[in-house]
Design a protein. Sequence first.
Length: 266
Amino acid sequence: MAKAVSFLQKEIGPPPPVAAVLGSGLSAAGDSWQKIGIISYSRIAGFRKPGVAGHPGALWMVRNGDTCFVALAGRCHYYEGFSLPEIVFPVRVLASWGVTRFILTNAAGAIRPGLQPGSFMLISDHINLMGDNPLRALPVTGLGDTFPDLTQVYSASLREIARDCAESIGLELQEGVYVAVTGPNFETPAEIRMFGKLGADAVGMSTVPEVIALAQMRCQVLAISLLTNPAAGTTSEPVSHEEVLSAGTRAAEKLGRLIVAIAAKI
Ligand code: HPA
């Protein structure tokens, strides 16, 4: 981690205040961003290269007017065989470098009736059903609290800013609870009915490990799901990765504008 942090210090300099993580198919959100630096993950110690289509694997320094932020285009997933400490390593490096606010994005299946595919949902809380935890380590990592509190982990003040920004660019933003599963298979209809009864509004295969690691490091987190598809069994259609990626590409431009607007405000 020290090696990765000093590399970023040398290549980029002091950290910007904000980082964005672009999830499955969502790297196109950055197509129109002005990138003043692009660093392939392969150049950064400990960063693994995501292996799944739709995840390029590069760190971008982005400038928009007076606003600078860093973006991780692509993340690694548990279903690829990576461990949770490997998956959260990039955000831990950014937080150690000095980034304090994170905008995490993902693609998710819509569970709650009324949540439209193609729309965005602010995550207000989560349910971790991955059966694993990135903080599980002996000896303890020394990165923060051993038993972090998660009651306020999805910053209410950042959510308010996000809602204002969405309104100002004419984007509808739902809010709800995200349940994280390991994948890689999509869920069964019975699982989706169960998740709905447990209080979940959307389901996905990422983000929660990063949120937990960032809570431990006392960073502020905003998380946004693009609802790419109706969750399994909520319609008669099957769920496919291609559908997830193409919905991501279609919505990416809007997400890009939202991230830029939020980064300018926080
Ligand atoms: N389930 C799990 N993960 C997902 C889904 C889904 O329906 N859509 C996008 N990511």
